[in-house]
Design a binder for this molecule. Structure first.
Ligand SMILES: [Mn+2]
Length: 432
């Protein structure tokens, strides 16, 4: 029985690792790689030709294939020419993948879970079957795991990814080699693009987020652009950076990178017909005006139901307030009853001040307790608008050492956001 293994186009280390790993779990299976392979993976294969034998689709007799094992991909259009097998009814398909969305491959058997790297799922099977690894295999698998999880730092990383990494290290994976394999492909071409981007760099602030959208024509194929966009983002120190790269063939490649706090690149890129995760995403567009793409990005980020998290998503409401005419003894009673340290003071719906426990020290005479709160409240109240970012709220809280911020829209108080709301958000504890 002829068994083939294949994986996705633009093969990265996780894809190669899973394809090679499949040959261990399915003895006799032949790995067939797509034509487009990432530069660093290609370099690795050139050196390890004798250790990891792979084939191209031309060397295979399609009729002889009885079983197809697909790794690190769940859609036919992610595969190379091997997808000409798609109409075959008698083909047994086995699928190993960690992408959960957008798949159209109907497998007879599948292992599909949202781990950080696909190789993690297959390491589980290696452990269960007590498969022995050579150090070179362990090293390749760890390179795949580290590449897809950003060395276990990407937010999609799961505990099992870390256990799998530990097991691969136990089995002889060499971190020095992994380091060389994953060293980013930052060469002359990439340097050129980065310098040009920096020349016309501009930053803007929208709703408390800092972003930069850079439009640049490029000639021919330039790899490693997502790395360049990420370096650009770090140098500009913005929450998100976008590169809109246009080619003479009227193609437009959009790449977005964020620092993972509040701006979802995957959501933006899905809106442009591409994909990705919160930290990184990309999309390929045909014959569009880069200025129009810029507008679309801003709309996808900050328009209604946009890809940015806003204060209005975190704030509590309705807010308990006191009227400016309320006597202080009644305010004291309310504070005790509500168990809070301060209360916003309103005139009608307009926020005019805030009263806290320490304002009671200003009361000198006994009859002061009967005076209205507006005589003792503090009038310069820091507030935030509902469309601002959680980060903007955190900055104000840190700078002024305050624990709660009234959320104000057109002078009306519509909610309150507390230090714990902001913390909860940053630690992803929002109720689903
Ligand atoms: Mn992967």
């Amino acid at each position: 029985m002829m068994q083939l293994v294949t994986t996705h186009k633009n093969t990265d280390f996780d894809a190669l690792a899973t394809a090679i790993c499949a040959t261990l779990l399915y003895p006799g299976a032949v790995p067939v790689l797509p034509k487009t392979i990432n530069a660093n993976v290609r370099a690795f294969l050139a050196i390890h030709k004798d250790v990891f034998e792979t084939r191209t689709w031309d060397e295979i007799d399609p009729e002889s294939v009885k079983r197809l094992i697909i790794t690190d991909a769940n859609a036919w259009n992610r595969l190379g020419r091997i997808r000409s097998l798609q109409p075959r009814k008698d083909l047994e398909i086995i699928l190993w993948d960690h992408h959960m969305e957008g798949g159209d491959i109907e497998a007879d058997w599948r292992c599909q879970e949202p781990t950080g790297a696909a190789i993690t799922l297959m390491v589980r099977a290696l452990k269960e079957n007590a498969v022995q690894l050579t150090p070179i295999q362990a090293t390749l698998f760890l390179a795949g795991l580290y590449e897809d999880t950003g060395s276990l730092m990407f937010p999609a990383t799961t505990p099992e990814d870390a256990y799998a990494a530990a097991w691969l290290l136990e089995n002889g994976a060499d971190l020095k080699i992994v380091g060389t394999l994953l060293r980013p492909a930052y060469g002359e071409k990439q340097k050129d693009v980065l310098f040009k981007m920096l020349e016309n760099a501009d930053r803007k602030r929208i709703n408390g987020y800092s972003i930069s959208i850079n439009k640049l024509p490029v000639k021919g194929h330039v790899g490693g652009l997502s790395l360049v966009v990420n370096m650009y983002r770090q140098i500009l120190n913005v929450d998100a950076a976008f590169g809109i790269f246009t080619t003479p063939e009227e193609r437009c490649m959009v790449i977005g990178r964020s620092d993972n706090v509040g701006l979802d690149m995957g959501a933006v890129m899905r809106g442009l017909g591409g994909g990705g995760h919160p930290g990184a995403g990309s999309a390929m567009l045909k014959s569009v005006n880069p200025d129009a793409v810029e507008g679309m990005i801003e709309d996808l980020l900050f328009g209604n139901g946009g890809a940015s998290v806003q204060i209005s998503d975190l704030m509590s409401f309705p807010v308990f307030t006191v009227d400016a005419g309320t006597p202080m003894d009644k305010v004291a009673h309310l504070l005790r009853e509500k168990g809070c340290t301060g209360l916003p003071v309103v005139e009608g719906e307009r926020l005019v001040g805030i009263v806290s426990r320490r304002d009671f020290k200003k009361i000198r005479k006994k009859k002061g307790e009967r005076s209205p709160v507006k005589a003792f409240m503090s009038r310069d109240v820091l507030t935030i608008e509902p469309g601002k970012s959680p980060l903007a709220a955190a900055r104000i809280m840190v700078k002024h050492d305050i624990g709660r911020l009234p959320v104000v829209e057109e002078e009306k108080i519509i909610g309150i956001v507390t230090r714990s709301d902001v913390m909860t958000y940053f630690y992803d504890l929002l109720p689903a």
